[in-house]
Design a protein around this ligand. Structure first.
Ligand code: PLP
Length: 393
């Protein structure tokens, strides 16, 4: 069985491109060109130079001594939190802005929920001097004021989505409408391994630099390329896709995907998409999503804004269905505790998304000789207020 995308844009039974007819030319233009452009030496050179000199790659693969001692196993942290803008999202937006330029696009649109993808997009638009329009639900704009300010400082226009629930789903609808109106000069930067084919594959490839580095870094430190486990949190699935990518077809490397259980998987306030989801179509692809019996998308809940998404990318739906990856759901409380623990044990303040992945060590026992690589997807600066409230600091 293959865990990568096939020519038709499917991972097993998931994926595809379920889009309105008027979007077809845009998506088709991208589909026909993305692999060709990514393979160009000139593209590779510019991408790698920016990852090195602008993002600060390679990110360290850090052997966490005290964390390893506590859980009696060998834990390495892949430090995506040290990237410029504080998370893995920039790997993808750098790739897509270079793609947009080569497709002759000079206007960039994006949608954002918590604002992290909006900031990463506004950042690369400033870097390249391209116009940037970010759609964001009115409610999210009110909830995420610091990220709205960041986007504005970076020169982006933030457009409120005022329909429906005034959150991410509505911002996505606005972005799609914009793309239909502006098919020639505009590129739509999607922020995770979601959306119609070829987006999930393109984003996974841009993020695959993470597992590419893990391989040579582990070779350097342990004398072997493959860990026993790769652990990552999953919202849409892009940091996990990047950390898994070069290990997908080698089943001796076990994959662990961590979803947000919110207040508990059965509480009605959760974002554990794979466990709670059923097949459906969201953002133009067939995948697992949380929905009511009549197919209405259920509002997800998680203390971490980046995991608060009702769907999951088609690659992960397939990893779940095929049991290639083990899916574990972690509650708000357990994630917060694991996050604070990392602060005290290693002097690293993690994003609450990444704290979900860290909580796996309380749920699952590893052997003392196991090498476990964990994707530390982002830093916790953006989450300070949530940590303060939770622990009454
Ligand atoms: C956005 C975000 C995530 C979740 O997105 P994925 O596409 O699942 O990686 C995880 N961690 C951090 C720090 C984020 O900003």
């Amino acid at each position: 069985m293959s865990y990568n995308v096939n020519e038709k844009g499917y991972y097993g039974e998931f994926g595809g491109a379920f889009i309105p007819e008027m979007l077809y030319p845009n998506v088709e233009e991208l589909r026909q060109n993305y692999l060709k452009i990514m393979a160009e030496p000139d593209f590779q050179k510019e991408f790698n130079q920016l990852l090195k000199n602008y993002v600060g790659r390679p990110s360290p693969l850090y052997f966490a001594t005290r964390l390893s001692e506590k859980y009696n196993t060998k834990i390495y942290l892949k430090r995506e939190d040290l990237n410029h803008t504080g998370a893995h999202k920039i790997n993808n937006t750098i790739g897509q802005i270079l793609m947009a330029k080569r497709l002759g696009k000079h206007r960039i649109i994006a949608e954002t929920g918590a604002g992290q993808h909006g900031v990463a997009t506004a950042t690369v638009c400033a870097l390249m001097g391209l116009e940037c329009i970010v759609y964001m639900g009115e409610i999210d704009i009110a909830r995420q004021a610091p990220n709205v300010a960041r986007m504005k400082m970076l020169g982006a226009t933030v457009v409120p989505a005022t329909s429906g629930s005034k959150t991410l789903k509505d911002a996505t609808n606005e972005a799609i409408r914009d793309w239909i109106r502006n098919p020639v000069d505009t590129h739509y930067i999607i922020g995770s391994v979601v959306g119609p084919h070829p987006y999930p594959d393109m984003v996974a490839r841009f993020q695959s630099v993470v597992s590419d580095e893990i391989k040579w870094q582990l070779q350097e430190q342990e004398g072997r390329e493959n860990p026993d486990y790769v652990v990552a949190c999953v919202g849409g699935g892009s940091n996990a896709a990047g950390a898994y990518y070069h290990f997908l077809e080698d089943e001796t490397v076990k994959l662990i995907a961590v979803e947000a259980a919110g207040l508990g998987v059965d509480s009605g306030e959760s974002a554990a998409t794979s466990i709670l989801g059923r097949e459906g179509i969201i953002h133009g692809s067939k995948t697992l999503l949380m929905q009511s019996n009549d197919g209405q998308i259920t509002e997800p809940y998680s203390i971490s804004a980046g995991l608060d998404y009702p769907g999951v990318g088609p690659m992960h739906a397939h990893l779940y269905k095929s049991s290639r990856a083990e899916f574990i759901a972690i509650t708000d409380d357990d994630a917060m505790t694991a996050g604070l623990d990392l602060c005290k044990l290693e002097g690293i303040i993690p994003a609450i998304e990444s704290s979900h992945a860290l909580a796996v060590f309380e749920k699952k026992t590893f052997k003392s000789e196991d090498i476990v690589v964990l994707s530390l997807s982002g830093r916790g600066d953006k989450d300070l207020e949530t940590y303060i409230k939770h622990f009454k600091l």
